[in-house]
Design a protein around this ligand. Structure first.
Ligand code: NAD
Length: 377
């Protein structure tokens, strides 16, 4: 198979979909790999390293794409790129199925497109789970960003000039990113508490040495929160939840928010009034900024300071800020995923395979997303 790795085009995207390690493995399995010139530069991978691993370096992007049986990417290619793909090609990456206006074009090109965000969160999928590998990095980086804006120390320090108190960190949403944010803040010496609408997260929070905040729930609300993914909660529940969270935010120095519901706007957990009650110099890092934000005042892509001195950090694509390791983990995820498609006999899309069926959003001229490809309940 001819496998192509284009450079990512989106502003601020520094990751790349293959590394010399994965190129070497693909080449050893008999595939030819072509990498667009400069594709790895922002992830600290020079063209020479890809060449050494067995890839060819291609300057002309349209030629790279049109010659490929399989294209591996981080974000979705644009309309011109899709035009260049050959009919029947395979495209795999984080294709933003909920927001991607190009899905009809992908279907019309008869591209078999796999959106890896739709992988079920099962044990078998774990080694290909791009959401986990990338959100883990986002959770880590969120804490480091908070430190950058926070005008005080994170750990408690006893010095000859007096004692400095440990920072109080509040983490809202305890999925993969939230857990890593808790662990990172703990490692830096902060006092951490956390909240998630899924009561099952309590044990995970406590196992990291943080305190779990409990919002009382009716049996109906508990049932709605028992799945792998959170569901949209009623306005009554959100009001009750936000009243308690406003008090915890007012006591916190740093709030990291990570609450997401797949395919829906992020729930607002910190309305403007909660920010108004926070102390000057405190920091909110909103990892849900791109989905509308968990804080009402978040501006996606920006960091700004409110009138009462709270830093509101809505910077997006945090994994890209740790581009080398993010690419390395992502490329391994993709390589493992390709293993579901490729064998000694060539390429086969087995729709009986639950992981392929869940992620295949366009195939043989049909748009499958929204019909058969759905996130796990
Ligand atoms: P996510 O990014 O979809 O959401 C982050 C967190 O926000 C979730 O924990 C969610 O419950 C929480 N949230 C949503 N609405 C909220 C609200 N109103 N208030 C507070 N919190 C709210 O989550 P994720 O990191 O992608 O993880 C999703 C699920 O997948 C979790 O159950 C996780 O344990 C599971 N998971 C399983 C595997 C595996 O077994 N392969 C791997 C990774 C994650």
């Amino acid at each position: 198979m001819h496998i192509a790795i284009p450079a990512e085009r989106l502003a601020g995207e520094h990751r790349v979909a293959a590394t010399p390690e994965t190129v070497k493995k693909l080449a050893a399995a008999g595939h030819t790999v072509a990498v667009e010139a400069g594709a790895g530069k922002a992830a600290a991978i020079p063209d020479a390293a890809y060449r050494e691993a067995g890839a060819s370096i291609v300057e002309q992007r349209p030629a790279l794409l049109s010659g490929a049986d399989i294209v591996l990417c981080v974000g979705s290619p644009d309309a011109a790129d899709l035009d260049a793909l050959k009919s029947g090609a395979v495209l795999a990456g984080m294709l933003s199925p909920y927001h991607n206006p190009l899905l009809p074009q992908l279907a019309a090109k008869r591209v078999s497109a796999f959106a890896l965000e739709l992988l079920p969160r099962t044990t078998r999928a774990q080694s290909m789970d791009v959401l986990s590998s990338q959100n883990n990095i986002a959770g880590y980086k969120a804490v480091l960003l908070a430190c950058q804006f926070y005008p005080r120390f994170m750990p408690m320090l006893m010095t000859a000039a007096g004692t400095v108190k440990a920072a109080r960190v509040l983490v809202l949403g305890v999925g993969v990113a939230g857990l890593q944010a808790i662990a990172t803040a703990k490692r830096l010496g902060a006092v951490v508490e956390a909240y998630d609408v899924r009561p099952a997260t309590r044990e995970q929070v406590e196992s990291l040495g943080a305190k779990f905040i409990e919002v009382p729930m009716s049996d109906e609300e508990k049932a709605a929160s028992s799945g792998v993914y959170a569901r949209e909660m009623t306005p009554e529940f959100l009001a009750r939840q936000n009243e308690l969270l406003a008090k915890r935010a007012a006591a916190a120095d740093i709030v990291i928010t990570t609450a997401l519901i797949p395919g829906k706007p992020a729930p607002v957990l910190l309305p403007a009034a909660s920010v108004a009650a926070m102390r000057p110099g405190s920091v909110i890092v909103d990892l849900a900024a791109e989905s509308g934000g968990n804080c009402e005042l978040t501006r996606a892509g920006e960091a700004w300071q409110s009138d009462n001195g709270v830093h509101l950090v809505g910077l997006t694509n945090l994994p890209s800020m740790v581009a080398a390791d993010a690419s390395s983990l992502y490329a391994r995820n993709l390589l493992t995923f390709l293993g579901l498609l490729l064998s000694a006999e060539g390429l086969k899309i087995d729709l009986e395979d639950d992981l392929l069926a869940a992620t295949l959003i366009t195939h043989q001229g049909e748009l499958r997303f929204g019909t058969t490809a759905k996130p796990a309940a």
